[in-house]
Write a protein that binds this ligand. Structure first.
Ligand code: 3PG
Ligand code: MG
Length: 347
């Protein structure tokens, strides 16, 4: 059951506290990728259109611990970006919620501080919904709580993967560590028609398979004589790496097989790159998967920072059915866990 929507709230003349996930990547104090800001705007616009008197937007940014971090993770650039996008004086972006040490402890005192003077609360921070913090859970106990549009869209789209999927259902997984994705694959892998695994993760699965299903692993790799962008490379079968060489991407035969499986799918979930795609010499496998997922005309979902970046870099983002703004939150949801930020909102 979905939490009740902001769409059903009477916000006219009200002061609304909104929790968004404006935790964007920063580079030299600038916003390196504003996807999460853009994704948060529809809920803010809805509140303004419906006549909210005041919209107080709060979010965490980074994981500030020290005094230096307080300067680095000030909300100033985010506030500026929201102002530029919305340009309405009723919207105010509060300072980083994690500057208050109570936030991550779900301290009721900090929740009261946030709720003070507000009439209702809208949680739109899907990316933070797996955290039980003052701004995601505590305030929901103090104010009438509603789900924002992004939060609901994420739950609807990711939720489709948990329900009766259209088949074939293909999962593509990769990245550096099995541990990050093991829960999702244990929950969904048995229900998939094929699980394709690339990246470093494939090696882990080959040596110690933690799954009850048969994963499809790479038959060939792009091998490198050292871990470096300009390493010497050669394509080899996965089990014929020269001594001391490393497999840093899936090879052409594997790409073709993965693309063929994806092309025939009616539902695809992709999380995790096929190799060290930040380096052009090892990007082809991840790009091939991104293009195959885009070309698939079934329902396609991409989650996780690296794969999301890859679909943007491959220029195919607009051909993916749903790109999740959640990292840990989307994984926990697909693991079958209840998200505390969602649970705190009445249905
Ligand atoms: C994220 O980027 O995954 C969310 O904003 C949550 O951030 P956190 O892992 O620091 O809680
Ligand atoms: Mg498509």
């Amino acid at each position: 059951m979905l939490p009740r929507s902001v769409d059903t709230a009477d916000v006219e003349g009200k002061v609304v506290l909104v929790r968004s996930d404006l935790n964007v990547p920063l580079e030299d104090g600038r916003i390196a990728d504003d996807t999460r800001i853009q994704a948060s705007l529809p809920t803010l616009r809805l509140l303004l259109e419906r006549g909210a008197a005041e919209v107080r937007v709060c979010s965490h940014l980074g994981r500030p611990k020290t005094d230096e971090d307080r300067a680095r993770y000030s909300m100033a650039p985010v506030r500026e970006a929201v102002r530029a996008a919305i340009g309405d004086e009723r919207v105010e972006v509060l300072e980083n919620t994690r500057f208050n040490p109570g936030e991550t402890k779900n301290d009721p005192g900090f929740a009261r501080e946030l709720a003070d003077g507000c009439d209702l609360y809208v949680n739109d921070a899907f990316g933070s919904a797996h955290r039980a913090h003052s701004s995601t859970v505590g305030v929901a106990e103090l104010l009438p709580a509603y789900a924002g549009l992004l939060l609901l869209e994420e739950l609807r789209n990711l939720g489709r993967l948990l329900g009766d999927v259209e088949r074939p259902f293909v999962i593509v997984s990769g990245g550096a560590k099995v541990e990050d994705k093991i829960g999702v694959l244990q929950n969904l892998g048995d229900r998939a028609d094929a699980v394709l695994i690339g990246g470093k993760m494939a090696e882990d699965v080959r040596t110690d398979n933690p799954f009850t299903f048969e994963a499809i692993l790479p038959v060939d790799v792009v091998a490198a004589n050292e871990f470096a962008a300009d390493a010497e490379t050669q394509v080899t079968p996965f089990d014929a790496l020269p001594d001391g060489w490393l497999g840093l991407d899936i090879g052409p035969e594997t790409r073709e097989e993965f693309a063929r499986r994806i092309a025939g799918a009616r539902t695809v979930f992709w999380n995790g790159p096929m190799g060290v795609f930040e380096w052009p010499a090892f990007a082809a496998g991840t790009v091939a998967v991104a293009e195959a997922v885009a070309a698939c005309d079934g329902f396609t979902v991409v989650g996780g920072g690296d794969s999301v970046r890859a679909v943007h870099e491959a220029g195919v983002a607009d051909r993916i059915s749903w790109i999740s703004t959640g990292g840990g939150a989307s994984l926990e949801l697909l693991e079958g866990k209840e998200l505390p930020g969602v649970k705190a909102i009445p249905a």
